[in-house]
Design a protein around this ligand. Structure first.
Ligand SMILES: NC(=O)c1ccc[n+]([C@@H]2O[C@H](COP(=O)([O-])OP(=O)(O)OC[C@H]3O[C@@H](n4cnc5c(N)ncnc54)[C@H](O)[C@@H]3O)[C@@H](O)[C@H]2O)c1
Length: 266
């Protein structure tokens, strides 16, 4: 049975990804510092016929990443999929950046995925290869939040470097970049800025916010053999909000009468 490790497994996206990976036949290790919540999600997966276990861990503690991978090796003897999903926000504005918060955001969102990938490489190689999926964010295209955007942009860079360096071990490395989701992660932001969710809904040609399950679908795809020749890539789980804003579609044709000397319409 293939083994998948999901960090932040008690969160909205992590839990949805863990459920989907379990449905796809993975034995799932849910790693999160929220021990009780993680256990409840694990119990649910098992009740539904999946295979799952909990590793209660604060990923920011010294040596935690190395110990976590060592525990996976000890319990299962291999690792086929690593989902670097645990993440946090903070230090949004340059004029008020608290360096301690900046460091924590960079540590959880960027350093932890690097350390986990580093520790996982020999184990995945031993398993004949694997898939690493980094949960980034659409913010790398937009520039929202000093520490968060910097960390998630770095995570996209890390994804590309790891794809090159781990490819020879048959380890594929990709990222998903979700837009603003309808999850508790955004509760505080939504409370402080009631119009934000509505704006994101309006920005999407699909006219809705993304869900944790939307993101989990992309993660499960990248973890599966269906994505066997995809590496170093980013899947935007953004409902089209990654596209540059367009002028009104009906007016657009009329405003472009000529393209290379031909009618834009013909
Ligand atoms: N929710 C969104 O709108 C959104 C959009 C784009 C990207 N993302 C990214 O998706 C990922 C998951 O988001 P979510 O909405 O599920 O968030 P969430 O807050 O529901 O889940 C995050 C999980 O990480 C865990 N965690 C935090 N710090 C930890 C630590 N030090 N050690 C161990 N576990 C720790 C938390 O306990 C929590 O269960 C994050 O990386 C986030 O940046 C979220």
């Amino acid at each position: 049975m293939k083994v998948a490790l999901v960090t932040g497994g008690a969160g909205a996206v992590g839990a949805a990804a863990a459920r989907m990976l379990a449905e796809d036949g993975f034995r799932v290790v849910l790693a999160d510092r929220a021990a009780e919540r993680t256990q409840a999600i694990c119990d649910e997966i098992v009740r539904d016929g999946g295979a799952a276990v909990v590793e209660a861990v604060d990923l920011l503690a010294d040596g935690a990443c190395q110990r976590l991978i060592a525990r996976v090796a000890e319990r299962f003897g291999g690792l086929d999929c690593l989902v670097n999903n645990a993440g946090m926000t903070g230090a949004p504005r340059i004029d008020t950046v608290d360096v301690a918060v900046w460091n924590a955001v960079l540590a959880l969102n960027l350093t932890v995925p690097m350390l986990l990938a580093q520790a996982a490489q020999p184990l995945m190689k031993q398993s004949g290869g694997g898939s690493i999926v980094n949960v980034a964010s659409r913010v790398y295209l937009a520039g929202t939040g000093v520490a968060y955007t910097s960390s998630k942009s770095g995570l996209i860079g890390l994804t590309r470097v790891l794809a090159v360096q781990l490819g020879p071990d048959n380890i594929r490395v990709n990222a998903v970049a979700p837009s603003f989701l309808n999850t508790p992660f955004n509760e505080k932001i939504v409370t402080e800025n009631a119009g934000l969710a509505a704006s994101f809904r309006k920005m999407s040609p699909l006219g809705r916010l993304g869900t944790a399950e939307d993101v989990a679908g992309a993660i499960a795809f990248l973890a599966s053999p269906r994505a066997s020749f995809i590496t170093g890539d980013v899947i935007h789980v953004c409902g089209g909000t990654q596209l540059a804003p367009q002028p009104d579609a009906a007016g657009a044709d009329h405003n472009q009468p000529e393209l290379h000397g031909r009618s834009a319409i013909s």
